[in-house]
Design a protein around this ligand. Structure first.
Ligand code: SAH
Length: 241
């Protein structure tokens, strides 16, 4: 059985291996998960390379604390996955973020493509905050030490290709695409790209190929972009765990 999880980076560190919980985490742990004094909790610590600690819950004068009680063994991901994803309509994009965070995707690069329906527009910072919240929740549910990161949205022309891992795969609907099952990296870094609801434009596809992306198919069926993103991420994650 897995333990309830808390992000220690959001707690206040006190002397003697004690961490004071903030109000939202008290609500989560005590009110929602009904954890009581003495309960075991897993503390996720991103700072300093990251780690997982076994903690015991204590309360005093209405405040809640976690006391360090040992380390929890963890196996760092052998394969780090970056998802390059076209901006999608809100509910589809949220769905991708939720699944990507649970699957431990390292980083998300959202791209405004030629055929992306939504545009970033004026409420960009509000959207980014909502996205971060979804990613933080999913990463906590999954017990990831480091939450999935999301980069600022760029246009397709503004992608920094040199920053991307050399192992590159793009979901492309074409008879020339290779089955994704033939691409099964088990370690290192990989970037996986998925186009918008209206598909990659011809120009975007040729740029991806010229930037050494291997075009892959996920089968005969045309999937929604969100399904193609989640299925591909799951494929890479399962190979690398
Ligand atoms: N509107 C288009 C489909 C776009 S699907 C049409 O009706 O033809 C959106 C994105 O999901 C695509 O750009 C591609 O990246 C990915 N995708 C969906 N199904 C796929 C499949 N079977 N193989 C590879 N990529 C797929």
């Amino acid at each position: 059985m897995s333990l309830p999880r808390v992000r220690l980076d959001r707690c206040t560190r006190e002397d003697g291996g004690i961490w004071r919980l903030d109000a939202p985490q008290v609500r989560h742990l005590v009110k929602s998960l009904r954890s009581y004094d003495g309960a075991s909790v897993e503390g996720l610590l991103e700072e300093g390379g990251g780690g997982k600690l076994l903690m015991r819950l204590e309360s005093k004068d209405g405040a809640y604390y976690l006391r360090e009680a040992g380390e929890v063994a963890r196996t760092p991901d052998k394969l780090e996955i970056t998802l390059l994803i076209a901006l999608l309509k809100a509910h589809q994009f949220d769905e991708v973020l939720r699944a990507a965070s649970e699957l431990g995707i390292k980083e998300i690069l959202p791209v405004e493509c030629e055929r992306s329906v939504p545009r970033m527009g004026a409420n960009a910072s509000q959207k980014t905050l909502r996205w971060r919240k979804i990613l933080d929740e999913g990463s906590l549910v999954a017990g990831s030490v480091c939450p999935t990161k999301i980069n600022p949205v760029v246009t397709f022309g503004g992608i920094s290709w040199d920053r991307l891992p050399e192992n590159r795969t793009a979901a492309v609907i074409s008879p020339a695409s290779r089955p994704i099952s033939e691409i099964a990296p088990r370690e290192g870094q990989v970037v996986y790209a998925v186009g918008p609801e209206g598909d990659w434009s011809g120009h975007e596809t040729s740029v991806l190929l010229s930037r050494n992306f291997i075009p892959v198919t996920l089968g005969e069926r045309i999937l929604r972009a969100s399904t193609a993103a989640i299925a591909g991420c799951a494929w890479f994650r399962m190979g690398g765990c």
